[in-house]
Write a protein that binds this ligand. Structure first.
Ligand code: ATP
Ligand code: MG
Ligand code: MG
Ligand code: MG
Length: 561
């Protein structure tokens, strides 16, 4: 490509609107322009990088047998009402009516569309497993769009949805995505770490986020000093969350003194441990305590005996909660029926299940249903590891906090959507079973910003080779005809060899050309001037290291790699 023809509006100064490096550089390097808050137009250079990231992503998705589809952006309210998320998503979702006054939204994510699609199509266990993915624009009306494409209101995501007959199948699908994600980020030249994500209500290791460490990151990650434990620490906005809900169904209070392990409890309540927190603790007289266990499968003595009376807690003063938290492992409470108040332990990061107890020792509740799903949101805000805490994994190391950018997220959904929306398959005995699902996202445009956060210097971007918009930039200096001719020859030659090459044929001063080439971060720069030509060499600069070297003209082919 000739730079004289390229639509590349670079900026000399940092734009006032940009706070973080990647945002500044994406604007300065002419990769994109703002259309409206959190909404951008991608210009040729920026779009080229996006397409590279997309094709690397696509390759690894295809390699793991996922199949690409393209799902609607415009989605009916019906499917969101079926899944019970229409109201839950709140103002994050853009909702509107069509000319016939039918209700729609612009898809912030596609679990509903996929579940709706397969509930009509997948009939038998023989149709599964499946993994469907797409690369598409998502729309989320974020409260605080910022940092350019890092938190946009319109952004490109790769989202995948796995569909399996059972949880063993889901484990395999999940692992395949985990592996594919590691490959995608590595091939994009990113250093990303998988951390345990906010499994909150779901428990266990059912979710991982892929984080790029960077000061501008909006997430906090706790790393253990001794073991390889790493987990997202959701920023605590407050210690208390107040949520109202009502009990919908009748439930049974059962006497369960013999229950000593999570698996026994699972059997007794006929609820998988990962789901237990959904059956929020409540008892008939309106008060209850919900206790959670962390890590291991064994419920040890201390945890069982440390159930507290809800009313006891309610009476306690604000400050005393702090003390209670410290004395009761994995405690959450108090909970009461009307106008529920939950005060949760901030250390419940690593729980793998929850036991639901009434405010009486040795009692549990069966079949509790509430009118809303509040656990996930409650947990999201509750944890505030500040660093220095003991590692919940090895118990000996200390937790350190670092900032990170969430570039990917994988999640075991289980049967939540298939049950709510009636997506079943027939098993070998002809019995209808809910499809077991997982969902997997990569923020394509956010990844581009993250790559810049990790690869830049005072002069501009330093693209990792695999996602660079061009691999080589040729800078002919001066008006010397021999220089022009030689540059053109090298340009044609390298292009013919399959390289993506830019040639700065603009009538600009050398300084401008140097600055722009550094700003836009092309990995290899070849400078051709009359002096170097006389010596039969070109001056090369490797942008990643800002290393200069001379390459003999005769050798150019072999040296460029
Ligand atoms: P965040 O915690 O940053 O709000 P999220 O957890 O809401 O992200 P997911 O629903 O997990 O996001 O979506 C999958 C991926 O999409 C995220 O890991 C992230 O890379 C990307 N993503 C999410 N929201 C945005 C956004 N507003 N702008 C750009 N990328 C986004
Ligand atoms: Mg979000
Ligand atoms: Mg997140
Ligand atoms: Mg996420």
């Amino acid at each position: 490509m000739r730079m004289s023809k390229l639509y590349l509006p670079t900026l000399k100064e940092d734009p006032a609107e940009a706070e973080v490096t990647s945002h500044k550089l994406m604007l300065r390097a002419g990769m994109m322009r703002k259309h409206s808050s959190g909404i951008y137009s991608y210009l040729p250079l920026g779009y080229k990088v996006i397409k590279k990231v997309e094709s690397i992503t696509r390759k690894h998705m295809d390699n793991s047998e996922a199949q690409e589809v393209l799902l609607p952006v415009m989605q009916t309210s019906k499917i969101w009402k079926d899944s019970k998320r229409w109201d839950k998503f709140g103002p994050l979702m853009i909702k509107f009516h069509d000319r016939k006054n039918r209700e729609y939204c612009l898809g912030p994510t596609h679990e509903e569309v996929v579940t709706d699609l397969v509930r009509d199509e997948v009939r038998s266990y023989k149709d599964l497993p499946l993994n469907l993915y797409q690369i598409q624009t998502k729309v989320r009306d974020e409260i605080r769009p910022r940092f350019g494409v890092m938190r946009g209101r319109e952004f490109i995501m790769k989202d995948a949805y796995s569909l399996d007959v059972d949880y063993e199948g889901l484990d395999l699908s999940y692992q395949a995505m985990y592996d594919a994600y590691e490959k995608v980020f590595a091939e994009c030249g990113l250093e990303a770490v998988a951390v345990e994500a906010d499994t909150g209500a779901m428990g266990g290791k059912d979710s991982h986020e892929f984080m790029v460490l960077a000061d501008s990151g909006e997430d906090e990650i706790a790393f253990c000093s001794d073991c390889d434990y790493a987990a997202n620490v959701e920023r605590a906005t407050s210690k208390k969350v107040e949520i109202d809900f009502e009990v919908e169904s009748d439930f049974e209070k059962i006497h369960t003194p013999e229950i000593k392990t999570i698996s026994e409890l699972e059997e007794y309540l006929e609820v998988p441990a990962a789901k237990m927190i959904k059956a929020v603790a409540m008892i008939a007289d309106g008060e209850a305590v919900l206790a959670l266990v962390s890590g291991e499968d064994e419920l040890n003595e201390i945890k069982l005996t440390n159930y507290l009376q809800a009313n006891e807690l309610r009476a306690a003063e604000e400050e005393e909660f702090e003390e209670l938290f410290n004395s009761v492992p994995g405690f959450i409470g108090p909970v009461n029926l009307n106008g529920v108040r939950i005060v949760a332990d901030q250390r419940l990061k690593n729980m793998s299940g929850a036991i639901v107890g009434a405010n009486e020792k040795d009692y549990h509740l069966k079949n509790v249903k509430t009118n809303r799903d509040f656990e996930v949101e409650a947990f999201a805000d509750l944890r505030s590891v500040r660093g220095g805490e003991r590692c919940p994994n090895c118990d000996s190391g200390k937790l350190n906090i670092k900032d990170g950018i969430e570039v990917g997220h994988i999640f075991k959904l289980g049967t939540k959507y298939s049950k709510n929306m009636g997506a079943n398959y027939l098993d070998e005995n002809g019995k209808a079973q809910p499809i077991v699902m997982g969902s997997y996202g990569i923020g394509i445009t956010r990844l581009v910003a993250a790559a810049i956060e990790q690869n830049n210097d005072d002069y501009g971007i330093k693209w990792p080779k695999a996602i660079a918009p061009y691999q080589i930039i040729i800078l002919p200096l001066g008006n010397d005809e021999a220089v022009q001719e030689k540059s053109e020859e090298i340009y044609q030659d390298l292009k013919a060899k399959g390289w993506e090459v830019l040639i700065d044929d603009r009538n600009e001063r050398a300084g401008v050309k140097f600055n722009d080439s550094e700003l836009i971060g092309i990995p290899l720069r070849l400078t051709i001037g009359s002096r170097s030509l006389e010596n039969g060499v070109v001056e090369a600069m490797i942008r990643s290291e800002n290393k200069k070297l001379e390459i003999e003209l005769d050798n150019l082919d072999q040296k460029v790699e």
